[in-house]
Write a protein that binds this ligand. Structure first.
Ligand code: ATP
Ligand code: MG
Ligand code: MG
Length: 383
């Protein structure tokens, strides 16, 4: 066996599922803590899974007891229990890292204190409507209102376009711990998957991401119309940011490329990330291979993180019907270079991540041509 150690993972969604796809190829056992029949458990048959919530301290403890290394596929977990179990089992990345990153405001402060540029932020906890107005006079409009915690896929963001939006913003997010960010008038969004190993920090190539309504829609590898100088600078910035955190594993680093070519960090994910799905087909090692190897101290030849061929990833989000994702997958079956990933989540709900597909081709232009009819279907579904 390549490795007899058992990996425990908090969360059994699509990221856990794709991590298991990588682990299965190496005969490595992954114990998942999540509800039964979650996407990750569906493809992993053994008696080491734990049934329950990754927010439940007792369940986290049980997972730790049956695993040699514990990791996460989501950062919204019980960090206190991870701290407690870290004296008995390796927790990667460190619970300290998870604790900082799971609070987006704390994360930004931490990055700033390590000399990493982030969007300017103002704390709004306990400040109410008056606080939101003050941000408007300081930052101007629009600005981005964000929940510090439990935020993903834009669920936790509200664009405040004018003072007239404040009431609606307060209604949408008012019961959550809030902060505000200065609007980043970006030319483009970039992302870099970073691998932190026992020996240092490695990166996958820089990619371009397109978000719609605060949720990732497309990833272009390499980015379109970006100089090699900028893609290299993005990789350096991502390395610097992740170098500031403790622990091993892959990290997703989302950035804004401003119109004057300045790079700002948007946010960091302490785990495999949507913007790294393209690596499954486009790189010799995927982000999931890299995560598994990093937390287990297995070799990661740096050239295995290179882009073999240009690639475009398209997210398959739930549309207006329960089978909208199936319609896209069926259309993609006709596309010779499209690799389709459905996550086993059952019926679609609007905006939910149901799957993704990646088209690779000898040139980005060829990939763009092949994927366009699939983007058209996605856009039609959105209406
Ligand atoms: P994820 O699913 O990546 O965790 P999230 O819910 O944490 O997403 P963010 O990454 O904070 O949300 O924001 C989602 C998107 O909203 C960004 O990718 C970007 O397109 C837009 N956005 C976020 N912050 C700003 C900002 N300060 N200025 C302009 N646009 C922003
Ligand atoms: Mg986020
Ligand atoms: Mg994000």
């Amino acid at each position: 066996m390549v490795d007899t150690r058992k990996v425990g993972v908090l969360g059994g969604g699509q990221l856990g599922r794709m991590l298991i796809e990588a682990a299965n190829r190496l005969n490595i056992q992954v114990n998942v803590l999540d509800v039964d029949k979650s996407p990750a458990k569906q493809i992993s048959s053994h008696d080491g899974h734990i049934s329950g919530s990754f927010k439940d301290a007792a369940a986290v403890k049980k997972l730790a007891e049956s695993s040699d290394v514990v990791t996460v596929e989501i950062e919204h977990v019980d960090v206190g229990m991870l701290e407690e179990v870290s004296s008995q089992v390796a927790v990667e990345p460190s619970w300290k890292t998870l604790k900082i990153i799971k609070d987006k405001y704390a994360q930004k402060g931490y990055l700033e204190s390590h000399g990493v540029q982030v969007a300017e932020s103002i704390d709004l906890e306990g400040k109410g409507v008056e606080g939101l107005k003050e941000v408007g006079s300081k930052f101007g409009y629009p600005y981005m209102l964000k929940s510090k915690t439990e935020a993903y896929d834009g669920r936790g963001n509200f664009v405040v376009k004018s003072e007239g939006d404040i009431e609606a913003a307060q209604k949408a997010l008012g019961d959550r711990p809030l902060y505000a960010e200065r609007w980043a008038d970006f030319r483009m969004e970039l992302a870099v998957m970073v691998v932190k190993t026992k020996d240092g920090v490695l990166t996958f190539p820089t990619v371009e991401t397109i978000h719609e309504d605060s949720i990732c829609k497309l990833t272009y590898a390499p980015p379109r119309n970006v100089s090699p100088e900028i893609t290299a600078r993005a990789q350096e910035l991502a390395k610097k940011a992740i170098g500031a955190f403790e622990g091993k594993g892959v990290f997703g680093v989302e950035m804004f490329l401003l119109k004057d070519d300045t790079l700002l960090i948007n946010e960091i994910a302490p785990r495999p990330h949507n913007s790294g799905h393209y690596t499954i087909e486009a790189c010799p090692l995927s982000q999931y291979d890299a995560h598994l190897r990093a937390i287990l101290d297995l070799p990661i030849p740096e050239s295995g993180l290179r882009l073999r061929e240009p690639a475009i990833m398209l997210n398959i989000l739930g549309g207006q019907t329960t089978d909208s994702h199936v319609q896209i997958a069926k259309k993609a079956l006709e596309s010779p270079n499209a690799s389709i990933h459905l996550y086993g989540k059952g019926d679609a709900r609007p905006g939910r991540k149901m799957g993704h597909l990646t088209v690779t081709a000898p040139t980005l232009a060829a990939a763009e041509k092949e994927i366009q009819p699939l983007i058209d279907v996605v856009d039609q579904q959105k209406g």
